[in-house]
Design a protein around this ligand. Structure first.
Ligand code: KG4
Ligand code: ZN
Length: 365
């Protein structure tokens, strides 16, 4: 069936990336006409974490120009759009409000339909934009603020199989980098150090592997790395280059083992319910890690599931995923206006137990 051509402007401002993008669907597959992302890493760097007030102000200052750039790069005027999609949660409320207010103004001025999008749905639906993946599939969303397994049944229907009960892996990578005096964001730094490290020198814990199900925990692992670091410093009054590499390698190997084993369990549960659709997709900034990714690919290969990972620029926070989710919403009807309250918290699966301790970093997804 040929879908009607639709062109949607997406706007994202829920954490520390200000983003706008135009996505068009013509036939079955979407095309990203433009995707502009302005990060705020340098603004928050002196504070060691995202400062909500600074983020909100930066979004308010930059959103207009991001939208203008996205429209210009797509070569479109507002009359070329069929609608506007904006992240309306979950996230830092000041930033979300900046985006929602801008989108409401634009939609009213141009007479365009407006859709409020769940940021997590944006991530979870991305493999359909990039790979045309059919429903259902299993998704691992793994980023600086989130870590959860979701069965994606449809654009509006998700089942949460499990997730972290404390830190997200990206957050743990960032904290490990901090305690080893490596720059932020920590993930790529720790991965780079780990390449030359011995992952077997330290026996770090694999938290919650002894417990059934696919919940995860990373905060005890972080403490174990901290204690080991302190013990080395107490003994030798400092860390050598090799100590740092070994600590990074040991930590990364522990995260890789936990993610791989929990993915194996989530896939087992998923495949029992959906044997005809053996598909697994990963999204979020942590999916950039080659070691973790290889671990997940191996699990999928062993279990006969196809592995999908969107290209990194669409894996990390961006507005193309929001525009795409808008296309999915538009195509499936419903009453989008209802979703247009800015929400700091907004679980995709309202029936799942609330996640303990999630969103400490400001619900960054
Ligand atoms: O998805 P993302 O850009 O932002 C959100 O959290 O929404 O993910 C950023 C997180 C950061 O915590 C960063 O350290 C982590 O992803 N990250 C990595 C790698 N690249 C980015 N973690 C591990 N290995 C990497 N190569
Ligand atoms: Zn995100």
């Amino acid at each position: 069936m040929m879908a009607k051509e639709l062109t949607i402007l997406g706007i994202e401002s829920s954490c520390d990336d200000t983003a706008a993008a135009v996505v068009r669907i013509d036939g079955a597959r979407g095309a990203v006409l433009s995707s502009v992302v302005e990060g705020q890493t340098s603004l928050h760097a002196p504070f060691g974490g995202v400062v909500p007030e600074i983020a909100a102000r930066a979004h308010a200052e930059r959103l207009d120009s991001c939208v203008a750039q996205a429209m210009a790069q797509a070569g479109l005027g507002f009359d070329g759009l069929d609608g506007i999609a904006v992240t309306s949660g979950p996230g830092l409320i000041g930033g979300v409000l900046s985006g929602v207010m801008l989108a409401k103004g634009l939609a009213a001025a141009r007479g365009l339909p407006l859709m409020g999008i769940n940021h997590l749905a944006g991530h979870a639906l991305t493999p359909r934009l990039t790979d045309g993946l059919e429903f259902p599939y299993l998704m691992l969303l793994v980023s600086g603020g989130h870590c959860q397994f979701l069965i994606v049944h449809g654009a509006r229907k998700f089942t949460r199989l499990g997730g972290t009960i404390d830190d997200a892996p990206g957050e743990a990578f960032d904290k490990i980098a901090k305690l080893l005096a490596l720059p932020q964001p920590g993930g790529p730094q720790v991965e780079q150090q780990a390449v030359l490290g011995n992952a077997r020198r330290f026996a770090f814990p694999r938290p919650l592997l002894d417990r059934a199900g696919c919940d995860m925990s990373f905060s005890g692992l972080k403490t174990a790395v901290l204690r080991t670091r302190d013990a080395i410093i107490a003994e030798k009054s400092g860390l050598t280059v090799q100590d740092r590499r070994d600590l990074c390698a040991g930590f990364q190997a522990a995260v890789a083992d936990v993610l791989a084993e929990k993915t194996r369990r989530a896939l087992t549960d998923y495949l029992a319910l959906n044997p005809a659709q053996p598909a697994f997709a990963v999204a979020g900034g942590v999916a950039a890690n080659q070691v973790l990714r290889r671990g997940l690919e191996t699990v999928c290969a062993t279990m006969g599931a196809a592995f999908f990972a969107p290209p990194l620029r669409l894996c990390t926070d961006n507005a193309a995923m929001i525009a795409w989710a808008g296309i999915e919403m538009h195509r499936t009807g419903g009453s989008p206006a209802e979703d247009l309250i800015a929400r700091p918290r907004w679980p995709l699966d309202a029936s799942a137990a609330p996640m303990i301790g999630s969103g400490k970093k400001g619900a960054k997804a």
